[in-house]
Write a protein that binds this ligand. Structure first.
Ligand SMILES: Nc1ncnc2c1ncn2[C@@H]1O[C@H](COP(=O)(O)OP(=O)(O)O)[C@@H](O)[C@H]1O
Ligand SMILES: [Mg+2]
Length: 453
């Protein structure tokens, strides 16, 4: 009897290793390598994604912009770059329970309502479970077909034989192809099934959404290797206990990345939040030290977010540094700059930094707001009223220019902020009626202006 060949595959990055090891040498993650049966020889010789095509001049004007299908959810359309593109393959990742199935069902319902037939393949839930959810969300429709199946070739047969406008696979980890001996959810299965759906999407020109669970921070269970295979990668994020959800595009072959859509989870489903700044500023305390609002930019959209800092006496041992919503290394850097350039000593102080509303601020423009929040709490003095601040802080304490300054000031003005501290290098085009701009080139100058009252 021929021995079955085994390989060792990393569940995080999909790298194949000749033997088991504790740490993957590709992605440097620990304990992610599992044993799998190798694919049979020749199995990699798969058919091309679409039937052989002829070369076409790039100037050929017949394929200008792709046709887009609206999801019926404005926030979702924007994240996708204007709607769902025919023949595209999209991966929707997120923690279990975050609301992926809910969102997919709501989109499916919108498409069905507009007269398009939708196939919702659920390999995770029974027909009854899926129907119960559809009932609860008010998304029952004759055009919405449920298929409780986890065999890819059965799903593929249905997709080929019927005219569907939109297909959802919930989830990619629950489906399998009988060509591989491995269990569903294993690296080989997930990769092979996703490839099959890619061929289907391109061949039948039907848009397919794959739902994928995230197991560890930022990693879709099994393979991150799906990210390069699909056209678009969306992540659905949020704190499970809070109702706020953010849909983020991290890759998009048909639109800009880093767009976000904001939703609120209710028992009747996800509701769009068209004015997230209002939501994020909702419970902001007035006249309290350690709170600064930054007009941040996510994708193309400005968003007002509150950064909070609390600086207190450290009691025992080494002082604490707890940061949520920002990069802790960035905060350490800001503390060092404040110490050196503004003479504030944090060595015997506990420092807590938090971004309100479960938002993540990853852009350097948030530096200045975080630094001012730290100083404000350190000195126990609130900032000047109606003030926002943005800018990157350099190691020499210089304030560096950031992009989209005008949009930031406009957003601040829209919400009644009347003063804005910004980098000197951002002074072009920022005269907005009702908002006073205070250009700064150094951190010390920004602190003086912000705490002047
Ligand atoms: N009967 C219910 N009533 C209200 N909310 C519910 C109910 N069932 C589920 N939910 C909400 O829906 C969420 C699960 O959403 P779901 O779309 O199934 O997530 P995912 O597909 O990402 O695992 C739960 O975390 C809960 O907040
Ligand atoms: Mg689900």
């Amino acid at each position: 009897m021929a021995r079955v060949k085994v390989i060792f595959v990393c569940q995080t990055c999909g790298a194949v290793h000749p033997r088991w090891m504790g740490k993957c040498t590709e992605c440097e993650e620990w304990n992610t390598i599992v044993e799998e049966q190798a694919e049979q020889e020749g199995a990699h010789l798969r058919p091309a994604i679409v039937a052989a095509a002829e070369p076409v001049a790039v100037t050929d004007g017949t394929h200008i912009s792709p046709e887009r299908l609206s999801t019926g959810v404005g926030e979702c359309d924007r994240v996708l770059g204007g709607g769902i593109v025919a023949g595209s393959l999209t991966l929707v990742g997120g923690d279990p329970g975050i609301g992926k199935s809910t969102l997919m069902l709501q989109i499916s319902h919108h498409v069905a309502q507009r007269g398009g037939r939708v196939l919702y393949v659920t390999g995770e839930e029974s027909f009854n479970q899926a129907r119960l959810r559809a009932d609860r969300l008010g998304t029952l429709h004759d055009n919405l077909m449920l298929l409780t199946e986890s065999n890819v070739s059965v799903a593929a047969r249905h997709i080929r034989s019927d005219q569907y406008c939109f297909v959802v696979i919930d989830s990619i980890q629950s489906v399998y192809t009988s060509q591989l001996p491995a269990v569903p959810g294993s690296v080989g299965q997930v990769r092979e099934c996703a490839n099959e759906f890619l061929r289907l999407a391109k061949g039948e020109q039907v848009p397919i959404f794959l739902v994928g669970h995230v197991t560890k921070e930022g990693v879709i269970a099994g393979p991150r290797l799906l990210e390069h295979l699909v056209d678009t990668v969306l992540y659905f994020e949020g704190e499970n206990k809070q109702s706020l959800r953010i849909l983020r595009s991290v890759k998009n072959r048909y639109g800009s990345t880093n767009e976000i859509g904001v939703f609120e989870m209710r028992d009747t489903g996800l509701n769009e939040v068209t004015n997230p700044s209002a939501l994020f500023l909702n419970e902001r305390p007035e006249g309290v030290s350690g709170s600064v609002v930054i007009p941040s930019v996510e994708g193309t959209r400005p968003l007002l977010v509150e950064v909070q800092a609390l600086v207190g006496d450290a009691h025992a041992g080494s002082p604490r540094r707890t940061v949520t919503g920002m990069n802790p290394n960035r905060i350490s850097l800001l503390l060092a700059v404040l110490e050196k350039r503004a003479g504030l000593h944090f060595a015997d102080r506990d420092v807590f930094v938090n971004v309100a509303g479960g938002v993540r601020l990853d852009e350097p423009a948030a530096d200045l707001a975080a630094a001012l929040a730290l100083v404000s709490s350190f000195r126990e003095r609130p900032l000047a009223p109606h003030l926002v601040a943005f800018g990157e802080v350099g190691l020499a304490g210089e304030i560096r220019a950031v992009n989209m300054a005008r949009q930031r000031v406009v957003e601040a003005g829209k919400f009644g902020f009347r003063r804005c501290i910004l980098p000197k290098g951002c002074m072009k085009d920022v005269e907005i009626p009702g908002v006073e701009v205070w250009p700064v080139s150094e951190l010390a100058q920004a602190i003086e202006l912000a705490l002047q009252f």
